[in-house]
Design a protein around this ligand. Sequence first.
Ligand code: CP3
Length: 355
Amino acid sequence: MIESVSSASSQKELLNVLNGRAVSRRPLWFMRQAGRYLKEYKQVREQAGSFLKLCYTPELAAEVTIQPLRRFDLDAAILFSDILVIPQALGSTLDFVENEGPVLQTVRSKDDVSKLDDNRIAEILGPIIETVKLVKPQLKPHESFIGFCGAPWTVATYMIEGGTSSDRALAKKAAFSGEAWFDQLIDILVETSIEYLAMQVAGGVEVLQIFDSWASDLPDIFRGKYCFKPISRIISGLRDKGITVPIIGFARGLGSGQEEFVDRVDVSAVGVESNLSLAWIRDNLIGKTVVQGNLDPVLLDCGGPGLAINIEHILQHLPKDRHIFNLGHGIRQTTDVEHVSQMIDIVREYDNKSG
Ligand code: CP3
């Protein structure tokens, strides 16, 4: 068995909260905490030449993973990589085009699916595991290390659309019309994700997050098949391998469907989007699981009194033993680093005052 933590209280508050233990301070970290809003990130990104080169150069990827922890008082580092390295490891071409985003070779038929090759996952993703190994010894005793992958539905949308799409209509059509190749694609992504996450844990990550950024695309009757089930299969696949690390599920945009998500998927915590009501979260989720979120990244970008009021609103509704302070989605590129520091100060001061 790979033991992530002992049952005794740890200096790592993120692990404490995820394992159901009381915390002395509320854990916090931010999705996309490493990225273009940091000038030191832009510098390393330029040195690497491209985003993908940065992901696949362990020394540089380790450096940008650590950067936000040097600047801010955070409880976790998140591995610097991307959810789209899995399609790439399966043999799809991948490029990140400046001001446009990812461009992938499309997968739109049985034939396209049959060309995906899962034999080289460990080799192609090897440098990312090197990053994990470089970061781990640099973390302080209170800092947890988060690894991640995309959920099969979200990764499949990028593979079918060939990149970011405004409505994911091609992917939705493939799923809703019951194409056999679509189910096969989901199966491949489930298996590959298990292998990739297991590699990350073997390398030293202590928590996993599964990002289903486009879960909101799935109407009620498809949510079980394409959101809850594939994520559950990944989790059971990891548990079958003896991997016990806590897992955070982030199925963005399910709204009141987040309750069914936590009922059906055995996660240690659920990440919630910004437009979910705090009273609803308190009344329907907090009794069942730990909640992560959900400040609107635009509020953080704005700063000012609105930011403080919204942070306090979150803190008042969610107890620190059941909450991981985070955003409802990733930090925006235009965010002022001063706003990030202010946000962290507000969270720390609130918990100091209220004990
Ligand atoms: O700091 C962290 O959170 C860790 C690193 C991380 C990145 N992407 C780095 C990144 C993580 C966890 C992701 C996840 C990811 N990637 C998701 C799920 C979360 C979400 O945002 O919904 C998705 C959908 C992707 C796919 C992706 N990667 C897109 C659509 C884009 C282009 C949009 C953009 O912001 O440029 C990326 C690029 C990307 N991934 C960047 C970073 C720092 C920016 C690339 C750059 O530096 O040029």
